[in-house]
Design a protein around this ligand. Structure first.
Ligand code: ZN
Length: 219
């Protein structure tokens, strides 16, 4: 057998091996029933997340801007319970590594999908788009935002800050509805524009939450 045919044979074997591996357990080699299964049905080894799975698939929630945050939090707790690195302390080294990587991937996915702004940006990226570094907003809008910033800075009483909180949350909710509709309509230009606006209200929200914490307000 020539070197070349030896090489080709080897190559064929390897690519065949790779194809089989996609649906089989890395530990025992048996077929894993569903690509979304966390553990092998035969040897119970923790599986790698399926290649190409986006954050929605990883979290096991429907891919939609209107995701149910309670459902997302429930899935998150469930996954982290199964993936906790402590559970793999006495298992094979490779399984420990998978659990660590998988667990941090789940953290990242959860954090990204939970916030309306980062969720929107992530969904845009799944569609090959992004929001520009500098968003174009009109002067009047910027003035309004600056005024809000000042109001938050100057809020002293609990009532003042909580009123601002309520008002800003309502603003974010309303923008969320508009973003959702723009995604539904497939109008990515509009999504980009709305997320640019949402960015400002999200930073006001961060400012308000910091103020609430520093004032020791318990809700
Ligand atoms: Zn197995």
């Amino acid at each position: 057998m020539s070197v070349r045919s030896l090489f080709l044979n080897q190559f064929r074997k390897q690519s065949l091996f790779r194809q089989i591996r996609l649906a089989s357990c890395w530990s025992c080699g048996k077929d894993v029933q569903a690509s979304s299964a966390l553990f092998c049905g035969s040897c119970n080894a923790l599986q790698q997340p399926a290649k190409g799975d986006n954050y929605f698939k990883i979290m096991g929630v429907m891919e939609s801007y209107d995701l149910d945050e309670t459902e997302l939090a429930k899935k998150y707790k469930e996954l982290q319970k199964y993936l906790h690195p402590d559970k793999f302390a006495n298992r094979q080294q490779k399984e420990q590594e998978i659990s660590e990587k998988y667990s941090s991937l789940v953290n990242e996915a959860y954090k990204t999908l939970l916030e309306p702004l980062t969720r929107g940006i992530y969904m845009l990226r799944l569609r090959g788009k992004d929001i520009p570094e500098k968003t174009e907003v009109d002067q009047e809008f910027l003035m309004k935002i600056m005024e809000k910033n000042e109001e938050v800075e100057n809020a002293e009483t609990e009532k003042e800050i909580m009123d601002l909180n309520e008002e800003n949350k309502a603003q974010i909710k309303s923008l969320q509805k508009q973003v959702s509709k723009a995604f539904f309509d497939g109008d990515m230009q509009k999504v980009i524009k709305l997320l640019g606006v949402l960015k400002y209200y999200t930073s006001i929200d961060a400012q308000i939450q910091a103020s609430i914490r520093s004032k020791g307000i318990i809700r």
